[in-house]
Design a protein around this ligand. Structure first.
Ligand SMILES: [Zn+2]
Length: 137
């Protein structure tokens, strides 16, 4: 027989897994229990991982797409005229709020938002961006 230390019973509660198909309302056997069964906890965390992975995948696709576009734009713009407008970036479908990381440009003091190989730096008071390229593979 299983010994119940405190001899307490706990009121039924909802399983933390919204997709619970084992015991959506269960009677906890210990105070901090939030899942009806260990299996349910496992299912829940698997689902969370899957959701997170697919979200990350979408963001990654956007970043790669923007990065590719910037590369193409950089080829088109002439040397000494690397500034592109907000409107052009929007037209090309580049979300300027995205970045994999940000870095301070020591020469200008501005922030470069890097996608992968390419990054954008807002030129103050112009609404234009400088496209940067870094050496990565
Ligand atoms: Zn459950």
């Amino acid at each position: 027989m299983k010994r119940n230390k405190s001899n307490r019973t706990y009121p039924p509660k909802d399983c933390k897994n919204p997709a619970c198909d084992i015991e959506p309302v269960f009677v906890p056997t210990w105070f901090t229990q939030v899942f009806c069964q260990p299996q349910c906890r496992w299912n829940y965390h698997n689902d969370q991982r899957r959701i997170k992975a697919s979200t990350t995948h979408i963001a990654e696709k956007l970043l790669r797409g923007a990065d590719k576009k910037l590369g193409e734009m950089l080829v088109k713009v002439k040397r000494g005229n690397l500034a592109v407008t907000d409107a052009l970036l929007a037209y090309e479908g580049i979300d300027t709020s995205l970045s994999t990381f940000q870095e301070k440009n020591i020469q200008t003091g501005g922030q470069i938002r890097w996608f992968h190989c390419y990054g954008l730096e807002l030129i103050p008071a112009t609404g234009r961006y400088t496209i940067h390229q870094r050496n990565v593979k």
